[in-house]
Design a protein around this ligand. Structure first.
Ligand SMILES: [Ca+2]
Length: 422
């Protein structure tokens, strides 16, 4: 069925193309005639290719055992989402610096609105905490950052957005996986297809769950038969709590503590390793407030986070910080959620200044730097323009070899030094 359809499309297009090309070739010189004659590759239009993809996906979904009527009803009307197509093709050259993100997170408006919602929903938060052992503050922070407390839910029909990804481009595998998850969600009977509205990237509801997350973690907390992450605060916040709980949230533990480091501290150990607070303390890591670590805190496992280098704020992060990164694998995001959940309680968020005069290094330059470091013998394991653990390690090793503080933090000045080194 699929093969016959595809070949008929190709034949039709070939006839159309030949029909268009011939008059032009005749009107022009012999070179063009030859060129036209040797064209054998036939270009389908985007709509033709998308239709072919829909037929193929539909038949594979039916092969997997999904109800043909549901699959056809959902996939046949799908349209290419131009924004998803555009965003899939472009990658930003610059990411905003962590301080821009974190400062924006704790805006007065967001903190004020969050406090009001915490107070209005006390009974619900108590029920959620009793069931999942997750505190109201982190849930409210997620609610605030993901959807501005339910005010911005996205207006895209997610089948269109996900089909656009699955069809072609960088995210075909992601798009397919999410479409299958969407079929699972509808099959469960707990969500109506018309509810499937979200962001251009396929994230839904007040918690912006992508379909796989929705399928695996969304709950019907108010028990009305519908997992309504769009309109039911109980379902949305209950689902976020369920998710955090499943990834190991610890009710009694903090997310992070801002710290100061002893003079001459060896930054090379801020490499993601886990140690007890007692061990960090012995190496000269102390709360920035000048207080001592409590006896209970001493046994917690923590990582040292130095996201903007030796000149910027430093943190010990606990298990809960990693749990937040399971929600969104970004240090900026996790720090944003962490500081926002403190701000609701009028606690100090981050006191040390960020190095805001530092210039960010763009993706193209980062790729060049990765190639340079690797050539110098500091292997970054590829040059993708993203500063991950391997690149940080390479930067640290280069810094150590060159008598600099090994904080693994890259900004324009250090980039320039690396690029001229030999
Ligand atoms: Ca419900």
């Amino acid at each position: 069925m699929w093969i016959r359809t595809l070949s008929s499309i190709i034949i039709t297009s070939a006839v159309i193309s030949a029909g268009c090309a011939t008059p032009k070739a005749v009107a022009n010189d012999a070179v063009n005639v030859t060129a036209a004659a040797t064209v054998t590759k036939v270009e389908l239009t985007q709509d033709q290719r998308f239709d072919a993809w829909k037929k193929d996906f539909t038949s594979r979904a039916i092969d997997r055992g999904y109800d043909p009527a549901i699959v056809r009803a959902m996939i046949s009307p799908a349209k290419i989402n131009p924004l998803a197509l555009e965003r899939d093709k472009t990658q930003p050259e610059f990411n905003s610096p962590i301080w821009a993100y974190v400062d924006k997170t704790t805006s007065v408006d967001r903190v004020t609105r969050g406090k009001a919602l915490l107070s209005e929903n006390q009974a619900l938060f108590a029920d959620i905490e009793a069931r999942y052992r997750v505190n109201p503050y982190v849930l409210t922070a997620i609610w605030g950052l993901e959807s501005s407390y339910g005010r911005i839910l996205g207006t895209h029909y997610i089948i269109d957005a996900l089909a656009t990804f699955a069809f072609e481009g960088r995210r075909t595998k992601f798009g397919e996986e999410q479409l299958f998850a969407t079929l699972d969600i509808v099959k469960s009977g707990k969500v109506r297809p018309a509810q499937l509205v979200g962001s251009w990237a396929g994230a839904m509801g007040m918690t912006q769950f992508i379909p796989t997350t929705f399928r695996d973690y969304a709950v019907d907390f108010d028990n009305n038969g519908n997992k309504d992450l769009w309109k039911s605060e109980a379902d949305a916040l209950g689902s976020a709590a369920h998710y955090l709980s499943r990834f190991g949230w610890r009710l009694e533990e903090p997310i992070y503590t801002e710290v100061k480091l002893a003079q001459g501290f060896d930054y090379s150990i801020a490499d993601g390793r886990k140690m007890s607070v007692n061990d960090w303390s012995a190496l000269g890591v102390a709360p920035i407030t000048g207080q001592r670590w409590s006896a209970d805190a001493g046994f917690l496992e923590a990582k040292l986070l130095v996201p903007a280098g030796a000149k910027g704020p430093k943190f010990l992060t606990f298990k809960n910080f990693d749990v937040i990164k399971k929600y969104n694998n970004s240090t900026s995001y996790a720090l944003g959620i962490a500081t926002l959940s403190e701000a609701y309680r009028d606690r100090a968020t981050i006191t040390a200044p960020w190095p805001k005069s530092d210039k960010q290094v763009g993706r193209t330059d980062l790729k060049a730097m990765q190639a340079k470091l690797t050539a110098l013998g500091y292997d970054t394991k590829g040059a993708d323009g993203i500063v991950g653990p391997n690149t940080r390690r390479a930067i640290r090793n280069w810094q150590t070899a060159n008598g600099l503080t090994a904080d693994g933090y890259i900004e324009q000045k250090l980039f320039e030094k690396i690029m001229v080194s030999r």
